[in-house]
Design a protein around this ligand. Structure first.
Ligand code: NAP
Ligand code: G3H
Length: 484
């Protein structure tokens, strides 16, 4: 079903219901991170082309907003079905494009179909309310406020490389069910998969112009997109650096931002250490650590630190390293620059005396799973987000020291606490400055109808199916004033 998107592997953009060639001939070559082969070319749209995209999205939105929600929901259901039917093909494209292992690529696509379906159903149950006037002092019963939810207009959706299908759909579907049109700016690495997702929505019967795509490098076209006068909402997932930049330059445009993290796993002496170690390893090293919710530091109480470190090390040593096509779970990072950055953090930790337990081996952008014990707070690894397969263990004397170090981070996405004592768990959870605390589980976004938000430098606003729909709609009140 994807034959319209690519012509000689120069991927087109979806504009007004059709896949079109850009007028300018600027292209960006996309290479597979795992084997350096050219897998396609993207068009770099010009500012004039971007203007056309927004004008078109703005017009299409007016009709879409009038389309009954149940009809919007039917189209989303159809999109979810098509996504599932094409899951094998799309997950192979995804795996080749961002070097994600094949199981995780397939599960990203299936999870996305579930997300779209749930969004369609949730949208059918978003109801307004009526508020009487007489509960407020000095008012009689003669006024009624009829409160409904209305769309915002054109949503600019900007997604990151690590979940180009899921984190595009998690913006598109809630925006659409709320009656908005969407302009999708996919990540450059990940765009091919995201364009396939756009075709799924198009083939499901979305009216022309309700979803358009813009490819091009964020560093070149990004500022123009986020400051465009026809953007009514920015839904961004990506790095804190880019997120802060967007927040600075955009003018009074509401936004939802999911940014970086430095999630801590706090392990208490009474925890099931075997269970904690399994969670920590899958949390820290899944997709080679390229998840915002990856476990990015362990804060363990001294008395169980040796035992926990041994259990983690055993599991790290069993992780299969290699290309996704060879069944690798620790796969090459998205590019060499990312691997260089991870190596910098590793070198800094070694130079400052951390104890290397596993790893510190590299083949180009393939970084072997690396584990450090005795990491201290003067090391960069204690604070910076590697976005790669390296995990620092920091030993602490007591619960309050763990809380202190966790909260000293500039980030506040999630944290995990491993313990059997719910009094301790709730004491710590109450003090942690994060969006979500997991008790006896690794940090994770799902299930996708749970609220998901970062505080401090980890984000603005809440996503999660209902919360995302609410963020991309607004309340509108019509007040009925009766004579009596
Ligand atoms: P990124 O470099 O910030 O890029 C994210 C998106 O922003 C890409 O589509 C990128 O386009 C675009 N972009 C770049 N500069 C822009 C600008 N000036 N204006 C508008 N858009 C611009 O992040 P990434 O490397 O893809 O993802 C890794 C980061 O995202 C990590 O820090 C991770 O923690 C975070 N993340 C957070 C969450 C969460 O839910 N909290 C989820 C996933 C990832 P190009 O690709 O063309 O540069
Ligand atoms: O990378 C950031 C994602 O929002 C994390 O999602 O916890 O399902 O991997 P995940």
């Amino acid at each position: 079903m994807f034959e319209n998107i690519s012509k000689d592997k120069i991927y087109k953009n979806l504009f007004n219901g059709k896949w079109i060639d850009a007028k300018n001939k600027n292209v960006i070559e996309i290479y597979s991170p795992s084997n350096d082969t050219l897998i396609g070319k993207l068009q770099a749209l010009s500012k004039e082309e971007v203007d056309e995209v927004f004008k078109n999205a703005n017009i299409a939105q007016k009709t879409w907003a009038e389309t009954p929600v149940n009809e919007r929901a039917k189209i989303l259901h159809k999109a979810a079905d098509l996504l599932e039917e094409n899951a094998d093909e799309l997950s192979k494209i995804l795996s080749a494009e961002i070097s994600k292992d094949l199981d995780s690529s397939l599960s990203e696509v299936i999870r996305t179909a579930d997300f779209i379906r749930f969004t369609a159903d949730e949208g059918m149950h978003l109801e307004g309310e009526t508020i009487g006037s007489d509960n407020f002092p000095g008012f009689k019963k003669n006024k009624v406020s009829l409160v409904t939810r209305v769309p915002l207009g054109v949503v600019l959706a900007i997604s990151p490389f690590n979940y180009p299908v899921n984190l595009s759909a998690s913006k598109i579907a809630p925006a659409l069910i709320g009656g908005n049109s969407v302009v999708l700016k996919p990540p450059t690495n990940g765009a091919i998969s995201a364009l396939h997702l756009a075709e799924i929505f198009n083939a499901a019967g979305l009216p022309a112009g309700v979803l358009n795509t813009v490819t091009g490098k964020g560093s070149e076209i990004g500022d123009y997109l986020v400051t465009h006068k026809l953007v009514n909402f920015i839904n961004f997932t990506g790095s804190t650096e880019v997120g802060k930049h967007i927040a600075k330059i955009s003018e009074m445009v509401p936004m939802l931002m999911e940014l970086g993290g430095k999630d801590a796993a706090i392990v208490l002496p009474d925890a099931d250490l075997e269970e904690a170690a399994s969670n920590i390893v899958s949390g820290a090293y899944g997709y080679s650590g390229q998840r915002c919710t990856a476990v990015k530091r362990v804060l363990v109480l001294d008395e169980v630190a040796d035992k926990l470190t041994n259990l983690i090390a055993e599991k790290v040593n069993k992780l299969k390293v290699g290309k996704p096509e060879d069944g690798g779970k620790i796969t090459p990072l998205i590019n060499n620059k990312s691997a260089d950055y991870v190596q910098e953090l590793i070198d800094d930790a070694i130079n400052k005396g951390a104890k290397l337990i596993a790893g510190n081996k590299r083949e180009k952008n393939l970084v072997y799973p690396t584990l450090f014990d005795h990491v201290t707070t003067d090391m960069r690894l204690a604070w910076e987000e590697p976005f790669g397969p390296v995990l620092p263990i920091i030993r602490v004397k007591n619960i309050d020291e763990a809380i202190k170090i966790s909260n000293e981070s500039e980030y506040g996405l999630q944290a995990s606490i491993f313990t059997k004592n719910m009094d301790d768990a709730f004491y710590i959870a109450g003090k942690l400055e994060v969006g979500t605390v997991q008790i006896n589980n690794k940090p994770e976004r799902g299930p996708d109808h749970f609220p998901f938000q970062g505080v401090k430098s980890s984000g603005i606003g809440s996503q999660g199916i209902r919360y995302s729909i609410e963020a991309m709609t607004r309340l509108k009140a019509v007040v009925l004033n009766l004579a009596k």
